[in-house]
Design a protein around this ligand. Structure first.
Ligand code: AGP
Length: 607
C-alpha cells in the first residue's frame, strides 16, 4: 500500500499542494517519497529516502515549478527503500513520470522484453516497466493517451497509476484493483489513493472503477475504460465526511477499516513471487530441524501453519514463542537448522534475538514480514513480504489473515514438492486458497450485523472462554488475544473446555466454540458445549451454513457463509473474522477506543 497524489490546478504551482496531499497520505507508507511536475514542456523530479518531512527538508519538495504534478509516498513491495526505488519512475529519456500503488505481477517478463529492446532500468521496482512501456508504444508511433491505454492493457495485477508526460498538458490516471479517486474542484482536478488527501480543496468525488483511465486536462477530463474498450461516464458525489473520518475512509476506527480491508490484502498475498516461497519450501524440507519463531498474533499464525505443514507436507516445523527460543532450543541450533521468523513489523526484539542467535550458529534464516527494509528482511536469507500495507490499529487483524494465507501457501508448496499430496488434492487446495478473499468478504458482510447485536448483549459479560481444537486452537488463541487487547476482558483460550474450568468461569460467562464441520474433534467440542451450558455458561458456536448439529449444542450460532467442504487447514482464516469483529464491537460498546488500547504497543522493539 502506497499513497498517490496528483493535481492540475489553474494558474498555480502545484508542488506545495502535492506535498500537503502526501502528508495526509503518509499513513499509507513512509519509507521514501517523491514528486514530479511539468513546466514549459519539461519534466522535473525530486525524490528521496525517509519520511516526507525528512526528504522535504533535504530537497525542498515544494519548489518544483508547474501546474501539473504527481507525488508518491511509498510502502515498499518490490525493491528495498532506496532513492532509486522511490517513485516517481521515469522512462529512458526522462519525459514520462509514473507513480504507482499495487503490484504488477508480470513485471519481470515485461522488463525482459523491454530490456531486449534497449530500455535501461534504474530501479528494482515493478513500477518502472510502466514508463518504459509507454515510451515504447510512443516510439512505435502512438500518441501519449493511446500509448497509456496500450501499456496498461499489458499489465497484470493491481495498479493505481498517475502518469505525466512532458509533451502532454495533463495527466493520465489508471485504476485497477488498487484504490484511486478523483476530486473535482472549482480551480482544479485532484487524484489520490484516498479522499482525505484532497478534502481541503474539494468534497466532490468520483470513484474510479477497475479498468478506468482518466485523462485530465485543464478544460476537464474524460474517462476511458480499457476493459470495456470505450469511454464511460462516472457520477460525481458530494461527501460530508470530516477530514478525520475521511482518513479512515469513513470508518470510525482504523481497526474496523483494516478488518474490512482483509479481502483486498488476501488478494495481494496471491500475487507473491512463487519463486521465493518455493525456495523457502525447499530449505525447510531439507532442514534437519525446522522452527517458526514469532510473538503474539504472528505466533498464532505460526501455530496454525505448523499444523498445515505437518498435515499436508508431513514435515514438523516447530512453532516457538520467540522469547522462549534461545533458552530452550538455542544450544542445539546449527547449520542444518532452518528458522522461519514471522513478524508483521520485522522489528520485534524477541523475534530478532532468536534470529540473531540462530544466525550466529549457522542456521538458515527465513522471514515473512509486512515491512520491506525491516531488520528481519536484512537478516533473512530468503524472505517474503506479505503486502498488507501499513497497519495502524494496534491490534493486528489484516496482517494476521495475510500471514495465514502466505504460510498456508508455503505449506501447500512444501507438500507438492515433497510429493506428499497428489495433484488433484493440490489443485483443490489452490482453488480454495484463491477463493479465500471472496469468502472473507462475504463472511464479514454476512456476520457483521449479528456480531453487533451479540456485542451489545456482551457489554457486561465479565469472563470468556474461546475453544478451538487442532488447527483452530490458533483461532481460539487469536480471538481471545483480540478481546483481551482491546476490550480488556479476562478470558481463556483452550483446545478443550473441561468441567472444572467451566465451573470456575461460572454462570453468566460466555464460551465461544469454533466448530467447522471439518474438525476431527467436532463431536467432543459439541459435547463440551453442552456441558458448558449445563454449568450455566452462555454458549456461542461459530459454524458453517446448514450445520444443524451445532444448533442443539449452543445458545447462539454465528453462521458463516462458508461451504462445509472447505478443507480444515484453511478454516482458521474465515473463522477468525467474526472473532476480530466481536472484539472490536465489544470494545466500542464498552466505550473504549480499540485503536488505542492501554498498556499495549503494536510491536515490542526493545527487550
Ligand atoms: C497483536 O494484536 C499485537 N499487536 C502483538 O501481539 C503483535 O502481534 C506482536 O507484538 C508481534 O509483532 P510483530 O508481528 O510485528 O513481530
Amino acid at each position: 500500500m502506497c499513497g498517490i497524489f496528483g493535481c492540475l490546478v489553474k494558474d498555480k504551482d502545484v508542488a506545495p499542494l502535492i506535498l500537503a496531499g502526501l502528508k495526509r497520505l503518509e499513513y499509507r507508507g513512509y519509507d521514501s517519497c517523491g514528486e514530479a511536475t511539468i513546466h514549459e514542456g519539461k519534466l522535473f523530479v525530486k525524490k528521496g529516502v525517509g519520511e516526507i518531512d525528512k526528504v522535504h527538508a533535504e530537497l525542498g519538495l515544494d519548489d518544483l515549478p508547474g501546474e501539473i504534478g504527481i507525488g508518491h509516498t511509498r510502502w515498499a513491495t518490490h525493491g528495498a527503500p532506496t532513492r532509486e526505488n522511490a517513485h516517481p519512475h521515469t522512462d529512458c529519456e526522462g519525459k514520462i513520470a509514473v507513480v504507482h500503488n499495487g503490484i504488477i505481477e508480470n513485471f519481470l517478463e515485461l522488463r525482459k522484453e523491454l530490456e531486449a529492446k534497449g530500455h535501461v532500468f534504474k530501479s528494482k521496482t515493478d513500477t518502472e516497466v510502466v514508463p518504459h512501456l509507454i515510451e515504447e508504444f510512443m516510439k512505435e508511433g502512438l500518441g501519449f493517451q493511446e500509448a497509456v491505454i496500450e501499456a496498461v492493457r499489458k499489465l497484470r495485477g493491481s495498479f493505481a497509476l498517475a502518469i505525466i508526460y512532458a509533451g502532454f498538458e495533463g495527466m493520465a490516471c489508471v485504476k485497477m484493483e488498487s484504490p484511486l479517486v478523483l476530486g473535482v474542484g472549482r480551480d482544479g482536478i485532484y487524484v489520490a489513493s484516498d479522499i482525505p488527501a484532497f478534502l481541503p480543496y474539494t468534497n466532490v468525488v468520483i470513484q474510479l472503477k477497475d479498468g478506468d483511465v482518466a485523462f485530465i486536462r485543464p478544460d476537464g477530463f474524460r474517462i476511458y475504460n480499457f476493459i470495456k474498450g470505450r469511454e464511460v461516464k462516472r457520477k460525481p458525489r458530494t461527501i460530508d465526511w470530516s477530514a478525520d473520518m475521511a482518513e479512515r475512509e469513513g470508518y470510525p476506527h482504523f481497526m474496523l477499516k483494516e478488518i474490512h480491508e482483509q479481502p483486498r490484502c488476501l488478494k495481494n498475498t496471491l500475487r507473491l513471487d512463487r519463486r521465493y516461497l518455493t525456495m523457502m519450501a525447499d530449505l525447510i524440507s531439507s532442514a534437519e530441524e525446522a522452527f517458526m519463531v514469532a510473538c503474539g498474533t504472528s505466533y498464532h499464525a505460526c501455530l496454525a501453519s505448523s499444523y498445515a505443514m505437518s498435515r499436508l507436507a508431513k514435515k514438523a516445523v516447530h512453532p516457538v514463542i520467540a522469547s522462549e527460543f534461545v533458552e530452550n532450543y538455542g544450544s542445539f541450533v546449527g547449520p542444518r537448522t532452518v528458522l522461519l521468523a514471522v513478524s508483521q513489523s520485522g522489528e520485534t526484539a524477541d523475534t530478532l534475538e532468536a534470529v540473531r542467535h540462530a544466525r550466529e550458529r549457522g542456521a538458515t534464516i527465513l522471514g515473512v514480514t509486512n515491512v520491506l527494509g525491516s531488520k528481519l528482511t536484512r537478516m533473512a536469507r530468503v524472505y517474503v513480504c506479505q503486502q498488507s500495507g501499513p497497519e495502524i490499529g494496534v491490534a493486528a487483524t489484516k496482517t494476521y489473515t495475510a500471514q495465514l494465507s502466505v504460510l498456508t501457501q508455503l505449506a501447500v508448496i512444501m507438500a507438492e514438492r515433497r510429493g506428499k499430496i497428489g495433484h488433484v488434492e493440490a489443485e483443490d487446495l489452490w482453488d480454495w486458497i484463491h477463493k479465500l478473499p471472496d469468502l472473507a468478504e462475504s463472511v464479514i458482510e454476512v456476520t457483521e450485523k449479528d456480531i453487533i447485536r451479540l456485542a451489545e448483549e456482551h457489554v457486561g459479560v465479565e469472563k470468556f472462554a474461546f475453544v478451538g481444537s487442532g488447527i483452530n486452537l490458533a483461532t481460539a488463541l487469536e480471538g481471545r488475544l483480540k478481546l483481551l487487547e482491546i476490550a480488556y476482558a479476562p478470558s481463556i483460550a483452550t483446545s478443550s473446555l473441561d468441567g472444572v474450568t467451566a465451573g470456575c468461569l461460572g454462570k453468566g460467562s460466555t464460551a465461544i466454540f469454533v466448530c467447522p464441520s471439518s474438525s476431527p474433534d467436532r463431536k467432543r467440542l459439541l459435547d463440551e458445549a453442552c456441558m458448558a451450558r449445563d454449568h450455566g455458561l452462555n454458549v456461542i458456536a461459530l459454524a458453517e451454513e446448514g450445520d444443524e448439529e451445532v444448533k442443539e449444542a449452543s445458545d447462539e450460532q454465528l453462521v458463516l457463509p462458508v461451504p462445509p467442504e472447505l478443507p480444515e487447514v484453511l478454516s482458521p482464516l474465515p473463522f477468525i473474522l467474526p472473532l476480530q469483529m466481536f472484539a472490536y464491537y465489544v470494545s466500542v460498546k464498552r466505550g473504549l477506543n480499540p485503536d488505542k488500547p492501554r498498556n499495549l504497543a503494536k510491536s515490542v522493539t526493545v527487550k
